[in-house]
Unconditional design. Sequence first.
Lengths: 98, 167, 660, 502, 501
Amino acid sequence: MLLGPALAVSAALFALGVLGVLLRRNAIVIFMCVELMLNAANLAFVAFAQQLGVAGQIFVFFVMAVAAAEAAVGLAIILAVYRHRHTVDLQHINLLKG
Amino acid sequence: MDGTRILFGGFAVLAIASAGLCITRRNPVASALWLVATLFSLAALFVLLDAQFIAVLQVLVYAGAIMVLFLFVIMLLNLGRAGPTDLKGPLGLGVGVLLAGLLLVQLLVLRQAGPAAGGPARATTEQGMIPTVARPLFTAYLVPFEITSLLLLAAIVGAVVLAKRKL
Amino acid sequence: MPLPLLPPLTLLWVVPALPLAGSVVNGALALAAPRAKRAVSLVGVGVLVLAFAAAALAVVALAQLHPSAPLVVRYWEWLPVGDLQVAFALQLDQLSAVMILVVTGVGALIHVFSVGYMRGDPGYARYFAYLNLFVFFMLTLVLGASFPVMFVGWEGVGLCSYLLIGFWFTEKINADAGKKAFVVNRIGDFGFLVAMLLIFRHTGSLDFGAVFPKASAAFPAGGPVVTAITLFLFLGCTGKSAQIPLYTWLPDAMQGPTPVSALIHAATMVTAGVYLVARCGPLFALSPVGSATVAGVGALTALFAATIALKQWDIKRVLAYSTVSQLGYMFLGVGTGAYAAGIFHLTTHAFFKALLFLGSGSVIHAMHRAYHATHAHEDAQDMRNMGGLARYMPWTAALMWIATLAIAGIPPLAGFFSKDEILGAAFARGAVRPAWYVFWGMGLAAALLTAFYMTRLMLYTFHGPNRTGDREREQLHEAPPVMTGPLVALGVLTVLGGALNIPPLFGGGARLEHWLAPVTDVALTPAPDASPATAWALVASAVLVAALGMVGAFQLLRPEALVPARLAPPARGLGRLLWKKWYVDELYDAIVVRPVLWLSREVLWKIVDKRLVDGLLVNGTAAASRALGWVGSRLQTGEVGVYVVLFVVGVLAVVGAVVR
Amino acid sequence: MYSQAVLTALLGWPVVAAAGVLLVPERWAKHVALAASLVEFVISVPLWWTFQPAAGMQFVLDLPWIPAWGIRYTVGVDGISLFMVLLTTFLVPLSVLGSYAYITTRQRGFYALMLVLTSGMIGVFVSLDLFLFYVMWEVMLIPMYFIIGVWGGERRLYAAIKFFIYTFFGSLLMLVAILVLVLRVGQQTGLYSFSYAYLTAHLGGLGPAAFWLFGAFFLAFAIKVPMFPFHTWLPDAHVEAPTAGSVILAGVLLKMGTYGFLRFALPLFPSVALHPAIQAGIVTLALIGIVYGGLVAMVQPDFKKLIAYSSVAHLGFVMLGIWALTLQSVQGALLVMINHGISTGALFFLAGMLYERRHSRLIDAFGGIAKVVPLLAAALTIVSLSSIGLPGTNGFVGEFLVLLGAFPTYPRAAIVAATGVIVAAMYLLPALQRVIYNPLDKPENEQLRDLSPREIAVLVPLLACIVWIGVYPAPILRRMEPAAKNLVQSVRLDAATFTATR
Amino acid sequence: MNLDLTSTGDLARALLPELTLTAAGMLVLLVTAWRHTSGRDLRIAGWVTLTGLVAGGVAVWWLWWHTARAAGPPSMIAVDDFRFVTDGLFLAAAGLTVLVSFDYLEREGLLVPEYYVLLLFATLGMMLMAGGEDLMVVFLGLELMSVSVYVLAGIDRRSGAAAEAALKYFLLGAFASGFLLYGIALVYGATATTNLTQIAAQVRSLSLVQSPMLLIGLGLVLVGFGFKVAAVPFHMWAPDVYDGSPTPVTGYMATAVKAAAFAALFRVLVEAFGGVTAWKPIVWWLAVATMVVGNFIALAQHTVKRMLAYSSVAHAGYLLVAVAAASWAGSAALLAYLFAYTLVTLAAFALLAAQGREGERDVRIDDLAGLGQRRPWLALALAVCMLSLLGFPGTAGFIGKWYILVAATMAHENVLAAILVLTSVVSAGYYLPVIMAMYMKPQPFDQAHAGVRLGRPAAVVVAACVVGLLVLGVRPNPLLDLARSSAIVPPARAATPATGR
């Protein structure tokens, strides 16, 4: 029964992902941290799937598709921003505020 | 059983350590590579959790395809050199660690929690194999499966729209 | 049995309606055709003469019946609400009969006088409209069969007084005086109003016919309620009748045209308070405190005003303070319970004071014309600018002397009898309540001063050398007949008026007293009869005092030493104190008017309203909201980092709340 | 036929006419609006004769509206609302006529809004469904907001938004209270209905919630009245509004608050309203309004502001009358409501006429003008006297009844209120003096025009009413008496039962 | 019509609207592949899209007309009136957005026909999300919608603001998705299912009301949806993104995206977690915070677009009140409010789009001065919109707000109702200045409003919306009947009802 440890690892990875988002200003790195969070969720799904059946694994499959889609769009957006601002540092991307 | 546990522990430590390095490396390329390391570790964990097919996908799709995309963009934007750090200052660090730590504390409640009793099907060793995963994918989970196809299509269209040279 | 020729008393409405119609017509003329002076005079005087005739007829009819209860005629429902059933009703009884005769009679004479006096004025029609309106309200006041209807007249006359005092409104001082009169009267009216509330609360009605019969049952004698009622009523009287402490408006009211002073501020309106006390006799009879207050305030006012009159230079102001003083006598009378005496003095005072005012009007008229002819800007009312006028205006001088003797109390003129009766009654009351001895003493002292200042007025105005000015002197003439005519008529009344009520002591029949008996008997607290010896002694003392005052004036005053007003040095010491009217106006200004204004402007408006309620509560809330919004929008820095931090804080809160 | 259709016609006709006004050429707008408002008045006049004083609610029309929520279109009048309706239809034509010269820009919009406003005001007075009432209550805000904001004085924007938000603030809480009330009653009786008759018939058992519900209603109405300390929107709105706006505002809108108290706050929450502490508190506020309003009015340099504060004082009398809750005081309050509409309306007309001539509202800009404009001066004098409650004018009758009725319940309060009589003279007469009397020392005042025939036509009906109600108010009093009596009795009875059962 | 969703034929029938839209999306994609150069191509794509949306609408209507219901075991997709009505709403919003976009895209030179493809996919995502009976479908629908909208936000590639908006939306959206996903994982772990009705059944049968895993999962799901509906404190993206995006997209985001998120949130909370009371205080506080923050910050805004952005946050707060009521009435109120809100918001943004001369982002409230005289109809429409947003009687906005109040008071949430109306008062402080500027201030210079252009299709949209607002404001019965008949009936709850303070 690896559920408990797996969930702990998952929680840790999730928290690290959140921490990364909190700590970084580079848009790409932040996005990577988000991927980390998704993977933490995946780990939880897989761990549950071991107990509860295959649905969890199928969910992971879908999450990967989502991650791929997000990556495509997200990176395209980052490219678009870079074209305007020549930076991906979020500190300097604050035209919209107030 | 013990071997599994030890292996699990090892890969878990590896995953967490690489994740920690991933979020703290100044160089985005380094971050990306450490993330790849995490993903590999996770793939190993998946195997240990009887999800072999997913583990393969993890390596192929995630580490292979998605992360390559990341690296490609990093290179494209010429962010490969270690520039000035994008880590936040002490205040940001403190706040971040505090918040993420609290979140971790909250989530660690889960460690004691067991999953629902009596799921639809108990785990079998066959579970992680391709047929067991694939069959429901095209029957019970047909609708979400088709949605993912649309999702990818939309993402492609979107990426093209945003990234193509000419309008 | 009524004479068949007499109209029925249901036509009583004609008496007030005539002046009202005159007022409406004149008012319309004032706005439409201000130059139609003939029509105005005709209407203005005509309605008064007709009203006098109607009143006389009504009184004759009343005399035929001589009922013991008032005759009440209801015209229409006015305030029918539940228990409250006030109708527009008039009532005629012996008391109101006297009043309507005085009002319409003296009023008619003064209207005639006004035709001459106001001839050149551009506001001629407006003047007569106001004056007619005044008579209407005065008649409503005395004829009203209930407190509210009386109140209509009560405030209505105040309104007319306001309008007429400020008749020449382009002078600020006139407009101020009118305003002051109204506001001070309103303070008194507040008392009237509260008294009405109390009366209705405790008797369930406001009709005289219902309240007075119930009074003794509804109110325990001397109880707090009836005392409160009488005191509040008397507060109304002090306003209307210019008693301490609300007398200050009356001298200022002399800013109006002189006939107005004669009619409103001497003969009729100011006596409304006396009438009210007499009317409410049944209530005052139940309240010793109320009666004593009336008498005491009356006596005090009589003396106090007389002191001020000693040092005034303005001829009309002397007369004004004299009026205040004489009204004090009347209140002393009605407060003593001698209602008939009070009403008697009211009547005789109407004659001789109207005569004095009209006479002074005649003088002012002459002075004014003289100054006007030479374009001099001297005060036409200052006695220091007069002197020796008897030479130029013999009729006026003679008639005014008659009135002066009357007011001083020289027998057998009208004033002698009435004043004597009041003092006698007060002295007699002293046997029961010693306070009245003090009142009597004050009254006597006032009589001395009255004789003195009136003689002073006559001496300075008509005798000694003339100080008008050399060129002006040639312009001084007697007034035209239309003005002297009424003077003569009033002079006759002044001489003969005493005959109305010659007391038994002099072998008279006390006819007025008998006539008023149905009204006053219910109210009168019988005073012990003085012995004839005492009575004679009292008479003698009164006459002596009057003579003393006059002789004293002749002895002490030197008309030859006077200089014209603009050369006169300011008075000093006690004289200045008196000349400045004991600084009462200044005192009121300092302790009432200015604090109220200051409170209103600086505290209530600027601080409470603008700063506190509007500034802090209303706009403050708005500003705080906006500030809050501003702070919030500052948090929206545009940096994703901040957003993420808040996001995670939100997550922690949500998860924390879920798990708890 | 007439009896069912009349109120709906009164509600609908102005809206139709407003559309018409928008369609005609600009220079015809005012005439069309005048004609429309006169038609409205003519429609309303037969109410006076066909009204049966003893018959309770009349001219009722009851149609389903939103059945899903138990909301119906129910209109009707009784002795309390009848005169509010008549006052509205009476004042609107005069306001339109009075705006002929004042409004020079965007006339179509102005007159259309005036007509829509009429509809809203009448709607407030005739609604017998709480939802309908609320809708009408809010709807009339918009035209007034525009009238102040578009055609007002220099600080019109501030005044308009203040007016709007202040009223909105109160009314929205009332909305919640209405809902809670309906749900409470619905849960007890099984029928969710916004019908006034149904709700008043099935009260009781609200428990402590009644206190909060009453509070919400109170706030809404107190702001509208306006009672101290919710009054500060009024001076601004009054001063900035164009003449017609001020007239309608003072003449009708303020009455909505007091009407709301009479129609809703008291009958719906009798036990709270007659709770001694609450009653005393409200009476105290009313007294503060009377005295404070008067004293502050006394020191205003702006004539319209003075009138505005005097409104606070007058409405204080109304509140005192309502809360003393005796037959005389309630009828007196109703009468003061009518009188204030007429007298203060007339005062605002006159202030507007002065403003049109001199483009100043400051009292000190005038002086001695009775000499040049005697008609205007005469009218101003009469109206002022009515406003200070001179017996023989309408002002006295109402205030006297209020005092008389309030005295048995609140003797001390009545006495304090009676001092308002003094204060009234202290603020209006000096102002009157400074405007029309005193030396004519400003050259620009020497050439003022006197009243034009149109202005006379505006003022004469008002002056006639001032005298008529002052001398012969009995027809009005008789028509309102049964309704007032019924109100007083039922509220007192309900209060007694609810308090007893608590 | 009962549909057995295990059979492919019936499933296809149940998904007919979605399939129609998919087909339309493909078709437009094909069209754009060949024709993507001129304004005319753009229009063609637009009309095809519109046709597709109408076809989808017909399909929805067909299902609704036959009162289609699911039979058999729990399925992936719900077949109930709630879904049909929300689908109709999304389709209508999308259609109106297309109409508004015609002029906008051409004027701004955005010759990107893929815009319409993405619009179709986003709408499809919403329909799946709101109709999903399984957390998986809900999540994927949400992602489909989000991915499309991320791109739509940044579709104006020449605009730095748009790019920034897209980036912010994307990063934070992905971040929030992570939470949502993790929450779903935990819920799955706790209940062994992702099907909504089965979750409810599991919660009951396993008595999981106190299970920390379920509760944390629920909390994280709430966070994920809270982000999408822009509930405070997860709202920070909304003003910036609304501000930076092209105005028709903003309108679409503020209406359809929000509506979809609310529909899905309501379905998930009521169907799956109806028996769990723990979320009610959270939604209660979220509602309060959202109403307060949205309204107060909107007060401090100077530009119309940002003001509307914050106002839309505030409206999310009102909608959360309906969610907090968590009753049949709340569901009906939600629908009615969403309907009214969609109409008014689309019209408002369409009008704002017409204002843009050098970018509508910069239109300050004061820039509208004098519009009432220069462009009376435009001003009138905007004024009606503002009043409706304010919730003024006579407009549909009032009916919606009233319904929410009814729902709240019926659920004994009187304090919440009071806060709602008090914050509405605050909102008068920013809606009224718009009216004030248009009617009560003179135009600053002569040609101030010369550039204001509202194309014919957009004008039709605005007119239809405004008329709809007014008609429904006076005669709301059809809307109410629709909302009532389509409301989700929450399962009988065992736990105690009242929450909040």
